[in-house]
Design a protein around this ligand. Structure first.
Ligand SMILES: NC(=O)c1ccc[n+]([C@@H]2O[C@H](COP(=O)([O-])OP(=O)(O)OC[C@H]3O[C@@H](n4cnc5c(N)ncnc54)[C@H](O)[C@@H]3O)[C@@H](O)[C@H]2O)c1
Length: 349
């Protein structure tokens, strides 16, 4: 792969702006945005004009004419499989926004198609690229808290997410698939793979079709136990949107991340507190900043991995393990039993 990567973005909706800003900020790192596409011409034109790149209304034409090395698929999940297949068939690398696809089997099909064509495939699972979460991973890796044995990871908000994402009202699966998926991914990163999961869901906002609250209990392969919580129906002031708060206890210490990205680490009886707050990027603003800056970090990671010819930390195959937790959580909630997540292996050849 050359030192410069031609990026085409597909899906110019609400969240795509963050991706486009991030790719522009990555110009010096080798990213060239060469075109954008949306089936809605007005959205495609607006994004093309704002970022000074050609715009298209058909992803096949974007690939044919703008000749991207990488397509960044920022549409909603129902179109991911067809767009990722299109990319793979043209030998183009793809990064797909979360949720990967509407079902686990669809996710597997996307992974298998990319494998067959030998193309780079990653999922834009960005929470683990948030500065506070990177710090947590680094503290655990340093050994400062010993072996992590227990955790609580929590995303609780009453922020009006329905204003920017009105489609949330009618989703068949909401809290776990939209935001629980991020927190489950963090639980995997911090405490390791999961042996079984149980889950209770609630629909506390009557205007919403699906669950808006989930409380999950995970037994990790290491023996660690974690509680993973998510809700869009919290009534607390101040609201912590869009921060993930957490506590992790290890054999030699603990980590607590509280509101305002404040992290407290206890190690061998010593304690210190540090404010993590990274400087705001020019195009971000609170409260979205921690989410927005993670897009820059995620895209930077994708770019680096693609150039180096190695899989992303959030490769399609890695994300199957997170998605399997989502499916297992829904099954656990429906049956009232603890469920073992599915596992996928590439099979012979
Ligand atoms: N990682 C995060 O923190 C985060 C935050 C918000 C949204 N998201 C994800 O981003 C994705 C997009 O969400 P959104 O709220 O921006 O949605 P949106 O509906 O605002 O935008 C999606 C856009 O894709 C376009 N589109 C659909 N099919 C297309 C196709 N075949 N070709 C070209 N364009 C097509 C639509 O016209 C629309 O403009 C979702 O998967 C969502 O879960 C992630």
């Amino acid at each position: 792969m050359s030192d410069r990567i031609r990026v085409g973005l597909i899906g110019c909706g609400f969240y795509a702006r963050n991706h486009l800003h991030a790719w522009r900020d990555l110009k010096d790192a080798g990213a060239d945005t060469v075109g954008v596409c949306d089936v809605d011409a007005a959205k495609a034109r607006a994004a093309g004009d704002a970022f000074g790149v050609p715009w298209f209304t058909d992803a096949a034409i974007l690939i044919d004419q703008a000749k991207p090395d990488l397509v960044d698929i920022t549409t909603r999940m129902d179109s991911h499989q067809a767009l990722a297949r299109l990319a793979a068939e043209h030998g183009v690398a793809a990064v797909v926004q979360k949720p990967f696809a509407p079902s686990y089997d669809d996710c597997v099909a996307i992974v298998e198609t990319a494998r067959r064509h030998g193309t780079f495939l990653a999922v834009h699972e960005n929470f683990r690229f948030q500065t506070p979460m990177c710090r947590v991973a680094a503290v655990i890796a340093s050994g400062a808290i010993g072996e992590p044995g227990w955790g609580r990871l929590s995303f609780r908000t009453g922020f009006d997410v329905y204003r920017t994402q009105p489609y949330f009202y009618s989703e068949e699966r909401l809290a776990i698939l939209d935001v629980g998926i991020h927190v489950l991914d963090l639980a995997r990163v911090f405490l390791g793979e999961v042996e079984r999961i149980s889950c209770e869901t609630q629909r506390r906002n009557p205007k919403v079709r699906a669950e808006d609250t989930a409380t999950m209990l995970l037994r990790h392969v290491s023996g660690a136990v974690s509680v993973v919580e998510c809700t869009y129906e919290s009534r607390r002031i101040p609201d912590s949107f869009p921060e993930t708060l957490l506590e992790i206890e290890g054999s030699a210490g603990s980590i607590v991340v509280g509101r305002g990205e404040r992290m407290t680490v206890t190690s061998q009886g010593l304690s210190w507190e540090e404010a993590i707050g990274s400087p705001l990027l020019a195009w971000t603003s609170r409260p979205w900043h921690v989410s927005q800056e993670s897009v820059l970090h995620a895209n930077a990671h994708m770019l680096e991995c693609l150039k180096a010819g190695r899989p992303a930390a959030t490769s399609g195959e890695d994300n199957l393990k997170t998605y399997a937790l989502v499916e297992a959580a829904y099954e656990a909630a429906a049956t009232g039993r603890a469920v073992r997540p599915k596992a996928w292996s590439p099979g012979p050849g």
